[in-house]
Design a protein around this ligand. Structure first.
Ligand code: ADP
Ligand code: MG
Length: 410
């Protein structure tokens, strides 16, 4: 029995292993491959069931089934549902109906959780997955109990083995999957930090060089603008030139804000002063756009950080949130709390939101969807939070709004 059990564990771990080794660059067509692996793992579990000494068989087919259902929703589970039942019908025997009923109920109900499940943190996802597996096993065993005349010791032994094995195996699988997801995220963050680092070094020097000629040119254009010898119709061109120059200056300022080593001003505090400052700075912009701010501060943890950078970073985030609600106003929630040893900042808006692809672009230099945008704000945000060893999680839905959750360790 131990051997088949170990073989089954191998079947369940194998797809994860293959995915890590060969397919972890998160491309679209990878999803099909991943699905194929889980389907194969499910079939293998059915082909080599675990034989209990008392003569009962049980298998772990529902482990991959549940995992795909939880992470992939209806779209992912449907192929597995088909494969499982076609194969089960092909096998025949008196458990067929039972298996069909169980897999159908799981297929209908489990994906209802997918959305909430994917929003959970790692620990909650593992707990939820294990609970789901144990719960499903209990239901399955209840159905099975109708085949027993009396619920004898054999039934209870089967129950014990089925529930513990499922619980343990799915926990192992989920822990591995979560670790992979965390690694992928870390790698992306690292790449982004690297990109940011190079750009900020180059930009600091270049911006300084460009700023002086810009200021001089702007000054002379302003003089020309009030000059009496220039025709009024020609002043239109001067106006345009000035506007464009100011735009260029804004871009430079955005650059310099995060690349100015001389403005470093390290402080040790709980963020309260910084948040109040930033909130006050942005209040007029919020009022102008009919945005209501609700602010909640209860953090007691202290952190050492560069005050100017943090202020700028918060301004960038809040400005984006307000700009996302430009069309018809909305609510901006700012929340700063402590959770364990982490400071947790939540910035939530009810604005235009972003698609999954747009979220992935966030923080890349020059990525902007705005007419007057520079696409540098978020890059600075990622850079600053990265320097503080923090993490940024973005949740967003087109048309509904966006939540930035920033976790900073102290
Ligand atoms: P900019 O604001 O100059 O466009 P950012 O780097 O600040 O540049 O933001 C990049 C893009 O990310 C924005 O153009 C916008 O499309 C998107 N974005 C950022 N924050 C939000 C938000 N809270 N809601 C919707 N979209 C956002
Ligand atoms: Mg911005």
């Amino acid at each position: 029995m131990l051997e088949t059990f170990l073989v089954n564990i191998l079947f369940l771990v194998l797809p994860i292993l293959l995915i890590v080794v060969f397919f972890d660059n998160k491309k679209k067509n990878d999803q099909l491959v991943i699905l194929f692996f889980f389907a194969a793992s499910m079939i293998l579990c059915m082909v080599y069931p675990i034989k209990l000494e008392l003569g009962f068989l049980f298998d772990l087919r529902y482990v991959p089934y549940i995992i795909v259902g939880l992470y992939g929703g209806y779209k992912g589970l449907f192929p597995l549902f088909l494969i499982l039942n076609v194969y089960r019908i092909f096998l025949g025997g008196n458990g067929t109906f039972n298996s069909f009923a169980t897999s159908t109920v799981i297929f209908i109900l489990l994906p209802l959780m997918t959305k909430r499940f994917n929003g959970y943190n790692t620990k909650m996802r593992i707990i939820t997955g294990v609970s789901a597996a144990v719960f499903i096993m209990i239901i399955y065993l209840l159905l099975l109990s109708s085949y027993f005349e009396v619920l004898n010791e054999e039934y209870w032994t089967l129950t014990f083995y089925a529930i513990t094995t499922h619980g343990i195996v799915i926990a192992i699988d989920l822990i591995m999957i979560e670790k992979i997801i965390a690694n992928i995220k870390n790698r992306e963050n690292f790449l982004q930090a690297e990109q940011f680092h190079v750009i900020s070094e180059l930009s600091a020097s270049v911006s300084h060089e460009i700023r002086n000629p810009l200021t001089v040119t702007k000054g002379f254009l302003q003089l020309l603008n009030v000059s009496k010898t220039v025709q009024d119709e020609d002043k239109v061109y001067l106006d345009y030139s000035l506007k464009e120059l100011i735009r260029a200056e804004n871009i430079l300022n955005d650059y310099l804000a995060f690349a100015k080593p001389q403005s470093e001003h390290m402080v040790q505090s709980n963020f309260k002063k910084e948040f109040e400052y930033v909130k006050n700075v942005l209040l007029p912009l919020a009022n102008l756009n009919n945005v209501e701010i609700s602010y909640h501060f209860s953090n007691t943890l202290k952190k050492k950080f560069d005050q100017n950078q943090l202020k700028q970073c918060l301004i960038n985030l809040l400005k984006n949130a307000i700009e996302a609600m430009k069309e018809d106003g909305g609510n901006l929630v700012i929340e700063v709390t402590d959770q364990g040893k982490n400071i947790v900042i939540r910035i939530q808006d009810t604005g235009i939101g972003m698609s999954k692809e747009e979220i992935l672009q966030l923080g890349k230099p020059y990525y902007s969807n705005k007419k007057e945008g520079t696409g540098l704000g978020m890059m600075m945000v990622y850079g600053t939070i990265g320097k503080m060893k923090g993490r940024i999680d973005v949740q967003s839905k087109k048309g509904e709004g966006t939540t930035f959750t920033i976790t900073i360790p102290t």
